[in-house]
Write a protein that binds this ligand. Sequence first.
Ligand SMILES: Cc1cc2nc3c(=O)[nH]c(=O)nc-3n(C[C@H](O)[C@H](O)[C@H](O)COP(=O)(O)OP(=O)(O)OC[C@H]3O[C@@H](n4cnc5c(N)ncnc54)[C@H](O)[C@@H]3O)c2cc1C
Length: 479
Amino acid sequence: MRTKEEYHASLEAMRPNIYMGGEVLGRADIPGRDILDLTFDLAYVPEYEHLTTATSHFTGEKINRFCHIHQSPEDLMAKQEMTRISARMVGGCIARCMGIDALNTLSVITYMCDQAHGTEYFPRFEEYMKNFQKNDLVGCCAQSDVKGHRLRRPSEQADPDLYLRVVEKKKDGIVIRGAKAHNSFAPLAEEIIAIPTRFLRENEGDWAVAVAVPGDHPGVKLVCRGARYRDRAPELASLHSGKGEIESLTIFDDVFVPWERVFLCGEAEFGGQMALLFSLFHRHSYTGCKPAISDVLMGAAALIAEYSGIEKEDHVGSKLAEFISTAELVYGCGIAGAVKSTKMPSGTQVPDIVFCNVARKHAGVNIYHEYDLLCEIAGGLPATLPYDKEFLSPEVGELVRKYLKRVDEVSVEDVYRLYAWVSDYSCSGIAGVLQYAGVHGGGSPIMEDIAILRTYNMQEKKDLVKMIAGITKPDIDIG
Ligand SMILES: Cc1cc2nc3c(=O)[nH]c(=O)nc-3n(C[C@H](O)[C@H](O)[C@H](O)COP(=O)(O)OP(=O)(O)OC[C@H]3O[C@@H](n4cnc5c(N)ncnc54)[C@H](O)[C@@H]3O)c2cc1C
């Protein structure tokens, strides 16, 4: 396992290919690195290592869980728990799930494809994965194609590059062209794992492509934008002050990929299966991080209520109960997804589709409601809070502090710290990103509906009602 210092050294040795704010940047000062740092640090904390580390099924060695292929329901539960604990600390995405969710997907689908087509993707994947584990790498997932006209299939687009595709097959590899949108933390990943985003028809084999490429590979261009929490004076700073997150429009500008890094190339029916399975693993990850975000929002609401003297009011209690219901239903579904998981022929443990999708949908449709609950309890101050300079000012500071005071027992400095952080978290540029991520990250709510309806046994429910209504006879005598 690496330390964060080793990770930094690896990032800093990468070719600058990050296009942001009119500059071409290297990886020294990219927002979000502290979040990935935590994934390395937590692997060495005795209190957490039963969650944050795992045993490699290849070597039997101890590895960071973010490099692990799930082998059991317990692995899935540990991944969920690790995600909730770490996402709470950073107040949002822990940044390392996307890559390992994509690799778990490849571990299943490459095997299935080999069985069906006699290809050699699975052994190739295993070699890749052993190296990934040995070097404790950070991966990201480039799944979401830019998609052009939403109602046109990849083969129907005016520009065929609007979905990532193979433009040339060579003896030693393939050339790919296209772009993937919204890739979280891609500039902080050493490996980009690109997989298809949708079901493909037989004539759409060119778009059935899955590869892993280094983040600074020739032809890879990361067009990025980020959001940061506001900087605060040190004496009023939060844990998050000045920190941030980043996404990338990842462009594959005729990128050559050697065969040993190609995990699907032309087998159209497995493109869709890959897309669906990544969504499933990722929605299982969400059963950890979404409750973590609810934890943070409800903690803020409860603390504001306490600092304002309204914590015992009935309407506050019922709002807090709503937070708890969202967080723990999503979390409980994640546990159920692990308990009802399936071992695939490749050996990978795959969580239950319905539980994970129900969880992700419930979290997604509630995210703005949760912010609404916080907003109602917080009042208007997150939107109008005076700056820290005025709070500390020799001229007006005393007056500002006098008029921001709430209950007797809490210092006005703590009131300010709390409201300043709530302002950042719920009323700022980065808050807007968190809200959009809450709805669309991991797939828009309609995608969860599609996955649920595809899998759910509705016929069984209709048969049940036929039996109750007397249309059919019960299988057993129930009196
Ligand atoms: C902060 C953030 C981080 C993300 N991180 C990643 C990441 O790391 N990796 C990654 O691969 N992706 C990532 N995503 C992408 C995410 O999965 C997508 O945003 C999501 O799948 C929706 O795709 P879209 O943004 O292109 O929206 P669209 O697909 O344009 O959806 C917008 C609306 O159009 C509707 N629509 C789209 N197509 C159709 C159709 N054919 N018929 C009817 N209605 C349609 C949708 O239902 C939706 O209501 C991230 C997204 C966000 C916001």
